[in-house]
Design a protein around this ligand. Sequence first.
Ligand code: Z5A
Length: 211
Amino acid sequence: MSQRGRLITFEGIEGAGKSSQIAPLADWLRARGLTVITTREPGGSPIAERIRALLLDRANTGMDGTAELLLVFAARAEHLAQVITPALTAGTWVLCDRFTDATYAYQGGGRGIDPSRIAVLEDLVQGALRPDLTLVFDLPPALGLARARGRSEPDRFEAERLSFFDTARAVYLSRAAADPGRYRVLDTTRPFGEVSAAVTRSVAALDERCA
Ligand code: Z5A
């Protein structure tokens, strides 16, 4: 039976530079003989992508916070069942653009939902599954928003106030500080190539095939 794959999650506030590091890391891992898929949340499977559209649609401004939380976890349950769990079981490495840390940061920090409620849903939907490694791409929110807003019309989250992202960032940093074994915080005010090198250094420690 093949060895279980690894789940690596990419986190950070809007425009932190996480999405653009996923493809280079996937190439780097494949060059070392590993089977890799890249995916994202909310989304990553057909039903979860439909939930993503609901969550990001600015026409849904004012959505109830608990409804938003449940939609995020409904999408995650579907993504886990259809994509992540089968891949990990088959020995595939899964690189996921956002996962449950985003729920603690955005629905917990940003929307003010008690983290203990999020933890209940995390246990229900994920059981014991937690990422093997979480990379937190960190930069001041004003810089992240300036990078992201250069691209397209803001979605329902991107349209939030700066203080929303300040709170989300603080949650990410405090979760990382509380569990240094699982998290690496990367300074993405640094040039892209330096951040990529920090990503591969962090991942290399996970498996001897990456050394
Ligand atoms: N959400 C939630 O509320 N709860 C949850 O549980 C989950 C998600 C899972 C998904 O949006 C939204 O869902 C998210 C939270 C919510 N909303 N927000 N905010 P998304 O996935 O569409 O958006 P995003 O995750 O924020 O992605 P993003 O805007 O693409 O940001 P990014 O991935 O961190 O950045 P990037 O695309 O890699 O880079 C942004 C720009 O900066 C781009 O032009 C790059 O070329 C540039 N860049 C990248 N790195 C650098 C460096 N080092 N120097 C200079 N420029 C750089």
